[in-house]
Design a protein around this ligand. Structure first.
Ligand SMILES: [Fe+2]
Length: 141
């Protein structure tokens, strides 16, 4: 693991390509830019782009993540998150589904607690869930 916090580090978003988010083992369609990756059980700072209508099934993983919506809309837990709104998901706790009706870009960090902590575990039943009819309200405390 590299000590990424030993010195000042910068990375332009424009200097990174959007690539398929295979590392998350999520349904096809989302893409990411990795700003920083310590690998394995380390820290990551990523920007993830979800296409309009994308559904991230209810899932869990051995990492925690927090995210801030940069643009678009993210529906989670009956709430509608917009630019500047925040979510946090602890490790090994079921969360979701997340729904992105208009598409969305989220910046977030992850901290894995196991080398394969990025792997998302979700059931076939969860993959078929349709959150489009869940009523949402504005994000709150
Ligand atoms: Fe998650």
């Amino acid at each position: 693991m590299t000590d990424t916090f030993a010195k000042l580090y910068t990375q332009s978003a424009a200097g990174l390509e959007w690539v398929p988010a295979e590392m998350f083992a999520l349904p096809e369609g989302c893409e990411y830019k990795i700003f920083k990756d310590d690998g394995g059980d380390g820290l990551r700072a990523v920007m993830v782009r979800f296409p309009p209508g994308y559904v991230e099934p209810e899932h869990q993983h051995a990492m925690e993540h927090w995210g801030i919506v940069i643009e678009g809309e993210m529906h989670v837990d009956g709430k509608k998150l917009g630019p500047g709104d925040f979510h946090f998901a602890p490790a090994n706790v079921l969360h979701g589904p997340f729904y992105y009706p208009k598409g969305c870009i989220v910046f977030g960090t992850t901290h894995s607690f196991q080398p394969d902590g990025m792997r998302h575990d979700y059931t076939a039943e969860a993959a078929q869930a349709d959150p489009r009819d869940i009523e949402v309200s504005a994000a709150g405390a």
